[in-house]
Design a protein around this ligand. Structure first.
Ligand code: CP
Ligand code: NVA
Length: 334
């Protein structure tokens, strides 16, 4: 079928990804100016968006439900104890049935294959709401936040970010990082990643990330470090996430030990030579070990703006993928 899905930022061209971020920015600006959101108000009228969530969520659930409501549709939350999936029914059967009655499936899963298989068997667009490998909605919100914070410094050909922007990721190589790095490749941003040696980006994922630059008009770069100070050098933005993702709870003690020294602090940024006006991002939920209170709640922190931007990311993604009755609004390359 020619239904388009959003499983990773890798599913989007540079132009499509930029458009989602800029559409999100435009809808937010309209709302903040107190104007009625005319462009999106009726986009999902009488349509149902199924939300299959096998893990906890605050931001993704609330932003998706609020976005669908704003767009005139009905969000149907299906938690892991609500439906037969995984206990008494296969992904294939579940996807066939749910997609036959709804306009979109937004799914939060463990193994990425689960959301990929939902998409394979679905007759409507599937949007990944976090898998073990990717978190595209977070990446749209992160680049919206970066766009808002840096746009007065000019924008490169993507229209989203300034020339020569440098992002440093300090922490675990996880789902949030992978899509963020892909976004960097697409938009021409340089990203430096510092992880403990045993927690570096897996080789196949690194190859996938780098491949994303090949089709970008002016690709970004990615470099790997095992010392946080080296990664933050000249960074405009420092980003981290939890050291223990959902599903890794039994590794908590081992991970806390392995990540010692990776906490994002003002001192780390100073020692490493980050730009003096560096900004901080974190997708949340946050724990004190990965970032100091001073950074998290200080003037560099964009985390609450970033969290709020999840709403506008959801609006833009639903508009792009669903609002034309299951047909993507951008050109289908195939
Ligand atoms: N950032 C994010 O996805 O948060 P939730 O897990 O609360 O949805
Ligand atoms: N890396 C985290 C992100 C949560 C939004 C996790 O997968 O649990």
């Amino acid at each position: 079928s020619n239904v388009r899905h959003l499983l990773t930022i890798g599913d989007l061209s540079t132009a499509e990804f930029s458009k989602l971020v800029l559409n999100a920015a435009a809808h937010k600006a309209t709302a903040k100016a107190g104007r009625p959101p005319k462009l999106i108000r009726k986009k999902l009228t009488r349509q149902t968006v199924a939300m299959i969530f096998s893990k906890r969520s605050t931001r993704t659930r609330v932003s998706t439900e609020a976005a669908v409501t704003m767009m005139g549709g009905h969000p149907m939350f299906l938690g892991k104890d609500d439906i037969q999936l995984g206990v008494n029914e296969s992904l294939y059967d579940t996807s066939k049935i749910i997609s036959s009655m709804t306009s979109c499936i937004v799914a939060r899963v463990g193994p990425h294959d689960d959301v990929a298989n939902l998409a394979k068997y679905s007759s409507v667009p599937v949007i990944n709401a976090l898998s073990n490998d990717f978190h595209p909605l977070q990446t749209i919100a992160d680049f919206l936040t970066i766009h808002e914070a840096f746009k007065e410094q000019g924008v490169n050909s993507s229209g989203v970010v300034p020339d020569k922007l440098k992002i440093a990721w300090v922490g675990d190589a996880n789902n949030v990082l992978f899509d963020l790095a892909i976004g960097c490749m697409k938009l021409g941003v340089d990203i430096s990643v510092a992880t403990p040696p045993d927690y570096r980006i897996p080789e196949t994922m690194m190859a996938f990330i780098k491949e994303q630059g090949k089709t970008a008009p002016s690709p970004g770069t990615i470099s790997e470090y095992f010392v946080p100070e080296e990664a933050v050098k000249d960074a405009n933005v420092i980003v981290t996430d939890t050291w223990v993702s959902m599903g890794q709870e039994e590794e908590t003690q081992k991970r806390l030990k392995a990540f010692a020294g990776f906490q994002v602090t003002d001192e780390l940024a100073k020692r490493g030579g980050a730009k003096t006006d560096w900004k901080f991002l974190h997708c949340l939920p946050r724990h004190p070990e990965e970032v100091s209170d001073e950074v998290m709640y200080g003037p560099r922190s964009l985390v609450f703006q970033e969290g709020e931007n999840r709403l506008w990311a959801a609006v833009a993604a639903l508009e792009g993928f669903v609002a034309k009755k299951g047909r993507f609004v951008f050109d289908n390359p195939s």
